[in-house]
Design a protein around this ligand. Structure first.
Ligand SMILES: Cc1cc2nc3c(=O)[nH]c(=O)nc-3n(C[C@H](O)[C@H](O)[C@H](O)COP(=O)(O)OP(=O)(O)OC[C@H]3O[C@@H](n4cnc5c(N)ncnc54)[C@H](O)[C@@H]3O)c2cc1C
Length: 370
């Protein structure tokens, strides 16, 4: 280590890992990214990008790429299953406060834009089909049981020649387990989420809240609608269609007219308990879901990963490799409590939205300001 550039190993090529690699490259660091998947799948539906995360993308040099394809999210309403409007989503308030609207962008497009920027900057090796190997990988949580495999780790050594190790490896982070132990780990919340994209614009946007389930629709690209649904359980597409069959138009139509083969189903999980630190040993940092995986209710998963990546790489760029421990302290101070507050609020919003007896909830929602 020396001069103004160091060597970083970023584990995970999702939004958080790619954005971190961009920030570090812009600061002149040598960066290698290890990605478990054999190739980056063009997979996923859409991300909401809050104005704060848009500013982070601006600082990473990606604001124009985002705005080239993202669409503004306006006119979103909270409705009852019969279509009655309960309240407005706070989109207008967000836009008024920030001076720009919440944006929606497709996940594959954002991933491609991040990859294109890394390519343009040059000098980053992305190694696909390379899960972080060795002790760290052997301690990853078993996705079938959510139990950490093996004992809580003694801190694993850093790979040779690496000044900074960044765990951007998502909710089952091997870096987290190896360097922060297995106490904080993914927990199920007994809710199944389904997401998909309809090949038409519904023109009806927002969220519909029923008893123990909800359905959301947002714009995403011309001619398409991003949708998401949560239910306590639904293992087949027919069960999901059945759960929303008598909800207001166009919900049944969205489910009837999209191909279930394109739907994505996952168990909703969050990281619990919250981590006491996002950094370890002055040389290891976690970003994104690895640090604070949250329920998707606030639509902040990608935003918080981008904010983490920008804050971490700004702190590192300002202090150089010799100042790495101070940079990681500054990163933790800027991001940990803030991201954990968002995760906590998202979990609480999930409980509120999924109330099984919705009368009181609906009355309270009706009192919300627009
Ligand atoms: C394929 C995919 C599709 C998604 N689609 C959506 C969507 O449509 N809507 C939505 O709201 N959210 C989606 N998400 C989740 C969303 O991307 C994240 O919640 C958020 O963006 C935070 O990103 P992240 O980079 O922290 O984590 P992630 O996006 O989970 O990225 C983590 C990356 O690390 C890799 N990885 C994991 N373990 C290892 C290891 N041991 N070694 C090396 N690499 C490893 C993973 O393969 C992945 O590419 C998706 C995630 C993935 C991975």
């Amino acid at each position: 280590m020396g001069g103004n550039s160091g060597t970083a190993l970023v584990v995970g090529a999702g939004v958080g890992g790619l954005a971190t690699a961009i920030g570090l490259r812009r600061a002149g660091w040598e960066v290698t990214v290890l990605e478990r998947r054999a190739a980056l799948e063009r997979y996923g539906t859409a991300f909401g990008i809050h104005p704060t995360a848009q500013s982070a993308l601006d600082r990473l040099g990606l604001g124009d790429a985002l705005r080239a394809r993202a669409v503004p999210y306006r006119d979103g309403w909270i409705r009852r299953p019969d279509g009655t409007v309960l309240a407005a989503l706070p989109l207008e308030r967000i836009e008024r406060k920030a001076g720009r609207p919440e944006l929606l962008v497709s996940r594959p497009y954002l991933i491609d834009a991040l990859l294109a920027e890394l390519d343009r900057l040059g000098g980053t090796k992305i190694e696909y089909g390379r899960p972080l190997a060795g002790e760290a990988a052997s301690l990853v949580a078993d996705p079938a049981t959510d139990q950490a495999v093996g004992r809580a780790a003694a801190p694993a050594p850093l790979p040779p020649g690496v000044d900074l190790l960044v765990g951007a490896d998502g909710i089952n982070s091997a870096v987290r387990t190896a360097h922060f132990g297995a106490r904080s780990r993914p927990r199920r919340i007994d809710t199944v989420a389904w997401i998909g994209t309809a090949g038409f614009e519904t023109g009806v946007y927002g969220e519909t809240w029923g008893a123990g389930r909800f359905f959301g629709m947002t714009p995403v690209e011309p001619g398409r609608t991003n949708w998401y649904a949560t239910v306590p359980e639904a293992t087949t597409a027919d069960e999901l269609r059945g759960a929303f069959a008598d909800w207001h138009d166009p919900i049944p139509r969205v489910l009837a007219e999209t191909d279930p083969a394109t739907w994505i189903r996952y168990e909703m999980r969050h990281l619990y308990p919250a981590l006491p630190a996002f950094t370890a040993a002055g040389r290891v940092a976690l970003v994104g879901d690895a640090a604070h995986a949250m329920t998707p209710n606030l639509g902040q998963g990608a935003c918080t990963a981008l904010l983490d990546a920008e804050a971490l790489t700004r702190a590192v760029a300002e202090r150089g490799p010799a100042g790495l421990p101070a940079a990681l302290r500054a990163y933790g101070a800027e991001r940990r409590r803030s991201a954990q507050r968002v995760a906590f609020a998202s979990r609480n919003l999930h409980r509120f939205m999924s109330a099984r007896r919705p009368a009181l909830r609906d009355a309270l929602v009706g009192l919300l300001p627009g």
